[in-house]
Design a protein. Structure first.
Length: 437
């Protein structure tokens, strides 16, 4: 009898193990099928890891979400030449979000923008808003790899100088370039990657608040000495929501958790709910008026053709003039200047959008300010291509750079894309740079 008990115990343990494995397998299979039904595509470990990693490690903020994704941000301060700039006081938040600290000049970069040219280096400045910054971060390695394979650059060390600031729109890039050059900064090449902020923020944010459309975004919040308590409360709520989203992604980014279809399906459902809350909060923040009567320093000048859809013609003209001035400035210093119009998901035919990507990247509201700004503004910007090139600008319209890419690239309802999207962008930009040499 004594020998039978251990055998029975082993059988019970074996039965329990088989039952546990069977239940887990059935649960995983059921979750796989539910994921397919809800998301509209089969579960992919690589795609899921990419989605979780983006929010867990990078948790992009900025540039968008109807102030979508960037309310009046607490990590910026007023700057005398560029309107606003990143503040080192927010380095804990900024470094966690972007991977680099704020340097002494207010740019998110580990080194000073005041570099010196040498025979064995190629100094490239990157300018624009958050999409330009993410290119300089997520696209850095593929960009460098493409350049270093070129015979014309053999033996040269490529140095990226990050001067892109989330939220910047022209003429802030122009002003930032003037400022850095006046301080002695030197460059071989300047890359300006923009278009989305210029097309969307003047109409979607500035004008509804009574602010001159070519003033910096959230200028009324930045310049008024007494902040509106409702704005501060909503900004605090936004930071709380984003931190919640990041913390959840970090929990589900654990190596063991990543291989459970069930747990990843739970994360996808919860993250979608969190993103909806963020979208609603930021949309409400965009529409919030902080003062009935704005002082002139906030309100700014009045120009013709700022009412109705005519404002998009004025936006395109101002955008093109700013770029032409950047080119002229670079030409005077012997700098090669390249200008790129960034892609966006609301631009018709810009990219095939599957059901899963649509749930993440396309806002349900047909009147979403970013959607309207892109649909009405992008054609006006593209139409300036001939004028830009006639004035010496090396201009590349990248609106269709993702046109044949089926896989998910966009990660929010604004404008940002994942590692794969930034790799595609980096290779195209690298090819444009190499065409100069």
């Amino acid at each position: 009898m004594s020998g039978a008990n251990p055998r029975r115990r082993r059988r019970r343990i074996l039965f329990a193990a088989i039952l546990t494995v069977s239940v887990v397998a059935a649960l995983e299979l059921g979750s796989f099928l539910l994921f397919w039904a809800v998301e509209g595509e089969m579960f992919s470990y690589s795609r899921q890891r990419e989605a979780v990693r983006h929010l867990a490690d990078l948790h992009s903020d900025d540039e968008g979400k109807s102030e979508p994704k960037q309310p009046p941000r607490l990590e910026v301060e007023i700057h005398p030449y560029t309107g606003f700039i990143n503040t080192p006081r927010a380095n804990d938040v900024v470094k966690r979000r972007y991977g680099h600290p704020v340097n002494g000049f207010g740019f998110i970069d580990s080194a000073s923008p005041l570099r010196k040219l040498s025979a064995d280096t190629l100094v490239i400045g990157v300018m624009g808003g958050s999409v330009a910054y993410w290119f300089s971060l997520l696209g850095e390695h593929p960009f460098m790899a493409e350049l270093q394979r070129a015979p014309a650059l053999k033996g040269k060390r490529v140095v990226l100088v990050r001067m892109a600031v989330p939220g910047f729109k022209q003429p802030q890039q122009l002003m930032a370039l003037n400022w850095v050059l006046s301080l002695g900064g030197q460059f071989d090449v300047i890359l300006n990657i923009d278009g989305f902020n210029e097309a969307t923020l003047p109409v979607g944010e500035c004008r509804p608040r009574g602010v001159f459309p070519f003033f910096p975004r959230a200028w009324d919040h930045l310049i008024q000495q007494t902040p509106d308590i409702s704005v501060l409360l909503m900004a605090g709520e936004m930071m709380y929501l984003r931190n919640q989203q990041r913390d959840l992604a970090q929990a589900f980014a654990h190596p063991i958790v990543q291989y459970s279809v069930t747990l990843q399906f739970i994360w996808s459902l919860r993250n979608r709910s969190q993103q909806h809350d963020i979208d609603e909060n930021t949309l409400a923040l965009t529409k919030l008026r902080t003062a009935k009567e704005l002082p002139f320093a906030v309100r700014g000048p009045e120009l013709e053709n700022l009412d109705g859809d005519g404002i998009y013609d004025t936006i395109a003209q101002q955008w093109a003039r700013s770029s032409i001035q950047m080119r002229s400035l670079c030409h005077a210093y012997g700098i090669r200047y390249l200008h790129f119009l960034q892609p966006n998901q609301y631009d018709p035919d810009a990219k095939p959008i599957g059901s899963k990507e649509r749930a993440v990247a396309i806002h349900a509201d047909p009147n979403y300010p970013y959607r309207i700004g892109v649909e009405k503004g992008y054609p006006k910007l593209s139409a300036k291509a001939d004028e830009l090139r006639a004035n010496g600008v090396v201009f590349h319209d990248l609106r269709r750079v993702f046109a044949v890419v089926e896989e998910q690239l966009y990660v929010d309802t604004c404008c940002h894309f994942n590692h794969r999207g930034n790799t595609i962008l980096a290779k195209r930009i690298a090819a444009a740079v190499l065409a100069l040499y």
